[in-house]
Design a protein around this ligand. Structure first.
Ligand SMILES: *Cc1c(COP(=O)(O)O)cnc(C)c1O
Length: 405
């Protein structure tokens, strides 16, 4: 960690001194000085709308913003040639050391991690099998998951040729195991919806000698999750690089047992004639991912959490100050586990619908993106540049006021 960060960090951890925003402003300085170095304004030249992200980590909104240190690692990497496999090996070892697991690799997002991991367990380390995908003839090609965990992202598994076998209970899972079963797949975000929870799932894998995988794409914070699931016994764990970790949007982390990481790597560049040849991670992003992880581990998570709470409170209070408006502050238990706000109102008292309000925010200057539907507006502040919460609070309050009867 460089001295600038140390200074910032020690300032941030001081108790509040100059009112609510001193701490936020300090954190904001970290992101702002990236913007101060702009030489060519591409988005402006191209006529592309930029916006305050009050929504969260969405691929459609280009994920998260990278810290200066991550951008520096990417720039650094762009000046020299290295051997791609050596880079992946050494960075993987470093990540495994940092996260206390057997092995790791930087993948092309969490989705890419799932595809190469699935391909890896189906083919093992047999070069002929590696080459035959997506044809899975003669391979173990079934992956068992809970029905409630089946979401669009399981396409990462079927893309490489695997077949999904959906079950509800532990008994059903055991009955579904066949000589074709390659993997058991768990979606952390939907933990609460499924019958089988983490420990039992891991035990079932061990009992039947089938590798287990957990999709933790959006599961930092809390930082502990980076350690928790490998320690619990999941054979493979995957995170998005460009969500809470704020690394490159197209990078991710695949952690786990050495044998499975090695098998997954056989499907990745520089090796051609593989299903994963298109899931390349360039050297710059490999370094950027490492830098983002190091930064994330060193971060003062408590101070950051307090900042998010303060920001959410500010927006909540601004909205609630308008007659007929109510707010709910909540933290999702798994995935996007951050202070979040829902704003609702009585449309007899405020004559505008939530979607109309969101549209006004989107079309305003600066443009603001939120989530929601026709019942409520949803806000998180973790993907904002600190300081932007005041703009969001003021805008929402003024639009609501304008439409109040
Ligand atoms: C975002 C997400 C993914 C995909 O991650 P990328 O890093 O964008 O590839 C997979 N699974 C879940 C649950 C996600 O939320």
């Amino acid at each position: 960690m460089n001295s600038r960060r140390n200074v910032l960090k020690s300032l941030i951890t001081l108790p509040f001194v100059g009112g609510l925003f001193s701490k936020n402003e300090l954190l904001a300085a970290e992101t702002r000085h990236i913007l101060s170095n702009i030489k060519k304004d591409y988005f402006k030249e191209l006529g592309i709308r930029t916006f305050i992200n009050a929504a969260g980590t969405y691929t459609s909104m280009t994920g998260s913003l990278m810290a200066q240190e991550v951008v520096e690692a990417i720039n650094y990497g762009s000046h020299e040639y290295v051997n791609l496999d050596e880079l992946h090996d050494k960075v993987g070892q470093r990540i495994a050391q940092l996260l206390n697991c057997e092995a790791a690799t930087v993948s092309s997002g969490c989705f890419g991690a799932m595809s190469i991991a699935m391909a890896g367990v189906m083919c093992g380390k047999d070069p002929q099998k590696v080459k035959q995908l997506p044809n899975t003839e003669g391979l173990l090609n079934e992956v068992i998951l809970q029905e409630s965990h089946s979401i669009g992202y399981s396409q990462a598994l079927t893309n490489v040729g695997a077949k999904l076998v959906k079950v509800k209970t532990a008994q059903e899972l055991e009955n579904a195991i066949s000589e074709k079963t390659a993997m058991l797949w768990f979606l952390n975000a939907n933990t609460e919806n499924g019958d089988i929870k983490w420990e039992e799932f891991v035990q079932l894998g061990k009992k039947h000698n089938i590798p287990t995988f957990i999709d933790c794409a959006a599961d930092v914070p809390p930082v502990e999750n980076l350690f928790k699931f490998t320690e619990m016994g999941f054979d493979m764990v995957a995170f998005s690089g460009g969500k809470g970790l704020r690394g490159p949007q197209s990078a991710g982390l695949l952690l786990g047992k050495k044998t499975y990481i090695e098998a997954a790597r056989l499907h990745t560049p520089p090796r051609g004639e593989t299903i994963g040849r298109g899931m390349k991670v360039n050297k710059e992003e490999v370094l950027g991912m490492l830098a983002a992880l190091e930064l994330y581990l060193a971060k003062d998570h408590k101070a950051e959490w307090q900042m998010w709470e303060t920001q959410i409170d500010l927006i909540s209070n601004a909205a609630k100050s308008v007659e007929g408006v109510e707010t709910i502050i909540h933290v999702p238990p798994h995935a996007n586990h951050v202070p979040s706000l829902k704003i609702r109102w009585d449309e007899n008292k405020v004559k505008i619908s939530p979607n109309q309000l969101r549209e006004i925010l989107r079309n305003g200057s600066p443009s603001i993106e939120t989530v929601g539907n026709n019942r409520e507006v949803g806000i998180t502040t973790w993907m904002m540049v600190p300081g932007q919460e005041t703009i969001v609070a003021e805008k929402i309050q003024s639009i609501l006021k304008e439409h109040a009867v």
